[in-house]
Design a protein around this ligand. Structure first.
Ligand code: ZN
Length: 203
């Protein structure tokens, strides 16, 4: 299922979202539940977007921030989390955000390292139990900072505290980038109306 809700930021726009790869195919969207293991993880469905790409594809930071996590998970493989430097108004809260990048083959950043939007942070891969091919899992979580820890704002939202990152990415993509991006759907035909709303062209 496609999630097309507009972001509900007030006062201050959550800008500078950029796609962490240059050209890619979205292989699974947020909220889709094509595999049963999301239920095993206590989730309603997929809690990020998957971008199919060959192992060794450069992965870039999608925003300025600080590396708050850099580790190996049994299920999700090698991953990085980057928190925003600034806080933003989101719904009725003021919060930070962090982006997550999973299943990497290599990581080029250190804990607490300051990164800039567009910095090379790692290489894509196929690490972790919950992956069936090389891809990047990209997630976005509203969070708050307390004693230098970044704590999820909505840990019980059914998606492990993550929200759909796609609206934030799409608002900052150039037309050229959008045209390169296409939806690769599993076991179903794309919803043409939804694809049109996203401004994507089906290839
Ligand atoms: Zn994923």
């Amino acid at each position: 299922m496609l999630i097309l809700a507009k972001p509900a930021y007030k006062d201050r726009e959550y800008k500078k979202r950029k796609f962490p790869l240059y050209a890619a195919a979205l292989s699974q969207l947020f909220g889709e539940n094509l595999n049963t293991f999301y239920a095993e993880l206590g989730l309603l469905g997929h809690n990020g977007i998957d971008v199919a790409c060959p192992r060794g594809t450069p992965i870039y930071a999608s925003h300025d921030g600080k590396v708050i996590y850099r580790s190996l998970s049994m299920t999700a493989g090698l991953g990085i989390k980057i928190a925003t430097n600034d806080a933003y108004a989101y719904e009725d809260k003021v919060c930070h955000f962090y982006t997550i990048y999973w299943h990497l083959s290599q990581v080029f950043v250190e804990d607490n390292e300051a990164v800039k939007e567009g910095d090379l942070i790692g290489m894509s891969g196929n690490t972790g139990q919950y992956t069936t091919g090389a891809h990047l899992h990209f997630g976005l979580a509203p969070c708050y900072e307390q004693n230098n820890q970044y704590i999820k704002l909505y840990p019980n939202n059914g998606y492990g505290g993550y929200i759909d990152p796609l609206p934030f990415i799409l608002t900052n993509m150039t037309e050229e980038m959008l045209n390169k991006l296409y939806l690769l759907t599993f076991k179903r035909e794309p919803d043409a109306e939804a694809v049109a709303k996203l401004g994507l062209k089906l290839l």
